[in-house]
Write a protein that binds this ligand. Structure first.
Ligand code: APR
Ligand code: PHB
Length: 396
């Protein structure tokens, strides 16, 4: 017989979206259960991006999970852009009064899993959701597997926070979804190594051989990326080959400071823009990568997952506290406004920095765009405003 358990909000996925939502709801006395396909070790070991907008850091503080963030997060007030033999800095703080915080998504995930468990929260690891059912009715159910048995989680609402390959979006009939997609013919090859970063801030590089990015996780741990072909494989790259190619693309001042070392991790990230609309269906709500993917340029993926959760948590809290349904009804359109704002920036920034074939016309345009961006006050402000994060909309 199928075992059924019950909660108020059933959450699929213990990535940043699911964990943040669960903890914010818990603080308002709303009960959740998270179903996660992978093991805790697997979830805590995944290497992802690492730049938090102020809104994301603010939400972590709201959730009370900021102790390590405040101690270990690195505040960055600008970035540098290297192109055409030059390196120019854009000062976020001067343009917007704000900065960003470099703190690994891996660390954020670990902090939230610990906080959920410390607060007595329920995360079922190795419990893949198979389908969401009856989400148009008053009592939706998540069918999932645990210890080889099929079980059900019955709830008031379902939050599909199960990433791009999850089942929440798959449970919706295809004809009810509109999908927007842009796939790029290249990818990023990333290395993580325990070596001091080449610079105090991030450096984004437009080079004739392709894009490169110097990022970091701490003063002693660096994250570097180089543009590679979309069908490239990690097996094709030795550590030395990676460092040699990176050296070719960096400006001389950075090459001088480059310290190389053995990889802790190396992986390939495909570049894709994807949005599924709408983001809600009756009592099923999508948040984060389940609804949209950004190309990683500008590190918006995690931050958009956080802004979706901001809107969804507010709407659910208003429902339980005041029986209000208007915020839930507006969730999709509100969240999508910010999604399209961020995707606009991510796609533009991707176009500005990557090598698109051998088209010299495109390269000259990129150089002109970069020269304008780094010399015009107005263009610098527009860039900084988007990089540090567009504001969350306020609710009445
Ligand atoms: N059942 C249960 N869990 C699932 C299922 C399923 N059928 N399918 C996927 N999951 C889990 C994944 O194992 C993962 O832990 O859902 C979680 C989704 O987490 P993320 O992929 O991290 O997505 P999200 O929380 O939206 O965070 C977005 O993470 O992927 C990055 O670049 C992305 O930075 C962005 C951020
Ligand atoms: C990262 O550190 O992984 C990172 C930083 C900035 C980006 C993308 C990824 O734009």
């Amino acid at each position: 017989m199928t075992k059924t358990i019950r909660t108020q909000v059933g959450i699929i996925g213990s990535g940043p979206a699911g964990l943040l939502l669960s903890h914010l709801l818990h603080q308002q006395g709303i009960e959740t259960i998270i179903l996660e396909r992978q093991s805790r070790e697997h979830v805590e070991g995944r290497i992802r991006a690492g730049v938090l907008e102020q809104g994301t850091a603010w939400l972590m503080r709201e959730a009370g999970v900021n102790e390590r963030l405040d101690r270990e997060g690195l505040v960055h007030d600008g970035v540098s852009l290297a192109f055409g033999g030059r390196m120019e800095r854009i000062d976020f703080k001067a343009h917007t009064g704000k900065g960003v915080i470099v703190y690994g998504q891996t660390e954020m995930t670990r902090d939230f899993i610990q906080a959920r468990l410390d607060a007595g929260g329920s995360i079922e690891f190795e419990a893949p959701a198979l389908a969401v059912e009856d989400y148009r009715t008053g009592s939706p159910r998540i069918v999932y597997q645990k210890n080889g048995e099929t079980q059900e989680l019955s709830c008031d609402f379902v939050a599909g926070c199960d990433g791009f390959h999850g089942v929440a979006r798959e449970s919706i009939p295809a004809e009810q979804l509109t999908l927007y997609e842009k796939v790029y013919p290249f990818a990023w090859l990333g290395i993580l190594a325990d070596v001091p970063p080449v610079n105090d801030e991030l450096i984004y590089v437009n080079h004739e051989r392709g894009f490169a990015l110097c990022s970091m996780r701490s003063h002693t741990r660096s994250r570097y990326y180089i543009q590679c072909s979309f069908d490239d494989k990690v097996e094709n790259w030795s550590d030395d080959a990676f460092w040699d190619e990176l050296r070719c693309r960096l400006p001389p001042s950075a090459v001088e400071k480059l310290v190389t070392g053995q990889r802790l991790e190396m992986s390939i990230t495909p570049l894709r823009g994807f949005v599924a609309e709408p983001m809600s269906f009756g009592k099923l709500f999508l948040a984060g990568d389940a609804a949209h993917i950004m190309p990683p340029t500008g590190a918006k993926g995690l931050n958009l997952a956080a802004s979706d959760v901001f809107y969804l948590s507010r709407a659910l809290i208003a429902y339980y506290a005041e029986k209000r349904t208007d915020l839930l009804d507006r969730y999709s359109e509100t969240a999508l406004r910010r999604v399209w704002g961020s995707i606009r920036f991510s796609l533009w920034y991707t176009g500005l920095l990557h090598k698109f074939g051998d088209d010299p016309f495109n390269h000259r345009l990129q150089m002109a765009d970069l020269a304008y961006l780094t010399s015009s006050e107005a263009a610098g402000t527009a860039f900084a405003e988007n990089y540090v994060g567009l504001p969350f909309e306020k609710f009445e």
